[in-house]
Ligand binder design. Structure first.
Ligand code: CU
Length: 345
């Protein structure tokens, strides 16, 4: 190629790249997150006690067998840092528990997750539900043999390596007409997906309708958003002492921080994950909730979760007190899949 042809091509490539860059950012914000996968020791019941349901006796009481002394295990989770130096951890709300950071977007935004794999357990990644992404940003490892597709470059991030995921919140990522103004999605590692979610590599995405978000991406009309994930972590190959019937990685009322003010508009994002035993029916005492946009909303105080399902529900918190919030499956009640939420006076 001659020099002049080469420079014309370079200009065209540059113009094209500028166009791509502008079109991806012209309609919304770019939100950056710094997330590392890290190996930790996790206690599902750090108080060492059953804080909520003592079967007719006052709480606290002893955690029943076989979990009395079986609730601390090695986990791997997504930790958020403040910047690219990955030195200062971001303070996360107490109620988030074992979940990775809430990744927020308003429809139109571009999210960049700077992900580093600091786990010694092997290659990991981040696969988002809901967002629009290219193959390289899918964060999932599989082959499509029919069209001959291979995993993208972000599918496997080796221990010690980093990858920048780019995810777009396009129209199809956000709430549809019948949805509330913000919508929850999962993200999780997706190489050996069952093992990696069970290890603790999972977290929430919340996408708010265009024009309805505060600067931080949360919905304007809501005072407080909570995320509650119902997941029976399996720590001992299916043996009962290793089945942690958790909400956000805590059992027997050890999940804390669901606290709101009287009259607050509270939005609950409830999520399921796990196996065929992970059929959960989260139930709020004290208040009912509505699911769906105003004109199509249905009212309930129990919602249905299957593995990887995601439901958003609104609550008008106008009944002060401390109320139990638990899975209504009998076996799961006995195994401690309960906590409380509090409406201040
Ligand atoms: Cu359950």
């Amino acid at each position: 190629m001659t020099k002049s042809k080469h420079s014309v091509l370079k200009r065209r490539v540059f113009a094209f790249l500028m166009c791509v860059t502008l079109s991806s950012t012209a309609f919304g914000a770019t939100r950056e997150y710094f997330v590392a996968a890290e190996d930790i020791v996790w206690d599902y019941a750090p108080s060492g006690q059953n804080l909520v349901n003592c079967m007719g006796q006052p709480a606290p009481c002893a955690i029943p067998q076989p979990w009395t002394n079986s609730h601390t295990f090695n986990k791997t989770r997504y930790t958020e840092y403040t910047d690219a130096t990955f030195t200062t951890k971001k303070v996360q709300p107490q109620w988030l528990g074992i979940l990775g950071p809430v990744i927020r977007a308003e429809v139109g935004d571009l999210v960049i997750v700077h992900f580093c794999n600091n786990s010694a357990t092997g290659a990991l990644g981040m696969h988002p539900h809901g967002f629009r992404y290219t193959k390289d940003n899918e964060g999932a490892d599989y082959y499509g043999v029919n069209a001959g597709t291979a995993p993208g470059t972000g599918a496997q991030v080796a221990p010690g390596a980093c990858f920048d995921y780019q995810w777009h919140a396009d129209k199809s990522s956000g709430p549809a007409k019948g949805d509330l103004s913000s919508k929850v999605w999962w993200y999780h590692s997706h190489i050996n997906e069952p093992a990696e979610t069970n290890a603790g590599l999972l977290g929430p995405i919340i996408i708010t309708r265009k024009g309805q978000a505060k600067p931080d991406g949360s919905p304007k009309e809501v005072d407080q958003e909570f995320v509650a994930a119902f997941f029976i972590f399996d720590e001992l190959g299916g043996a009962e002492p290793g089945l942690m019937h958790s909400i956000n990685g805590y059992i027997f009322g050890n999940l804390k921080g669901f606290i709101v003010n009287n009259e607050d508009k509270v939005r609950w994002h409830v999520l399921g994950m796990g196996n065929e035993v992970d059929l959960h029916t989260p139930h709020w005492h004290g208040k009912t909730v509505t699911v769906g946009a105003k004109d199509v909303a249905t009212r309930t105080d129990v919602v249905n979760l299957l593995p990887a399902t995601m439901i958003t529900a609104d609550m008008k918190a106008d009944n002060p007190g401390e109320w139990v919030f638990h899975c209504h499956v009998s076996d799961h009640i006995l195994a401690g899949m309960s906590t409380t939420y509090q409406i201040l006076p």
